[in-house]
Design a protein around this ligand. Sequence first.
Ligand SMILES: NC(=O)c1ccc[n+]([C@@H]2O[C@H](COP(=O)([O-])OP(=O)(O)OC[C@H]3O[C@@H](n4cnc5c(N)ncnc54)[C@H](O)[C@@H]3O)[C@@H](O)[C@H]2O)c1
Length: 265
Amino acid sequence: MEWIGRVGAVTGAASGIGAATAQELAARGVHVVAMDIDPAGLSATVAAIEAAGGAATAAVVDVAERAAVQDVIAGVAAGHGRLDLVVNCAATFLARGLDVTGADWDHVLRVNVQGISNVVQAAHPLLARAPGAAVVNTASISAHVAQRSRWTYNTTKAAIVTLTRCMAMDLAPDGIRVNVVSPGWIWTPEVSRAAGGDRAAWEPVWGRFHLLRRLGEPVEVARAIAFLCSSDASFITGTELPVDGGYLAMGPEGLGDDSSFAGSR
Ligand SMILES: NC(=O)c1ccc[n+]([C@@H]2O[C@H](COP(=O)([O-])OP(=O)(O)OC[C@H]3O[C@@H](n4cnc5c(N)ncnc54)[C@H](O)[C@@H]3O)[C@@H](O)[C@H]2O)c1
């Protein structure tokens, strides 16, 4: 019952983890304001939510555009008079290393880091009036490990972990909790593209990066986000929750000899 009547903004809601989160929160009774730059994807998410009996509104917006984000949140204030939850999933996967340009840095920092700041800053007055308000950001295992030619993406993900802690400190006096999830490899359109659509071929390869020997599903991250939004997480703030099938727990020895792994022990 705690979800009924609440309003939650989800960025990156047109696809992948953001779409799954929008659907998960809506299924629990939250009215979702689905934010993304992709109008077609947003329409699909809203249609899926409505088909399942939930409620959602689409807001086409670039999270890097501060004024546009403020307009969306002003619309939420006018239309709903409240905002209880903010989930930041929107991101660019722009990955550059030695070949990075100034324009690359500007873009990736503006979308992945400043985008979260824009949304939380705009939402703050409404969140501060909502009992049990919560923000969940999305970082990655990439915040913690070196990956080839990923100066840009990985740096933004590490920044999001620190940004989350700083936000949690500043918003705590208003009763707003702020946490961050760090997914491992999740089967989303981006990962599927990297696999050339061939899950059967690539899951055994990439699955071995995780103790559970598989990739995650978007809904598995969405449920962890919903937990952090819920009153079950009422004493949790400023923390990072890996949703990574054990990726970050594994050392350089990898899985070792896993011939005895039965998958059920
Ligand atoms: N898929 C994974 O394996 C994985 C792993 C770790 C972390 N993550 C993180 O999870 C989050 C969601 O990733 P996903 O895999 O679901 O990706 P996705 O590409 O399926 O979804 C990302 C969404 O963000 C939107 N977006 C991009 N730039 C935007 C902007 N400027 N303004 C508004 N919307 C914008 C896209 O249109 C897209 O709908 C990201 O923060 C990503 O870094 C994903």
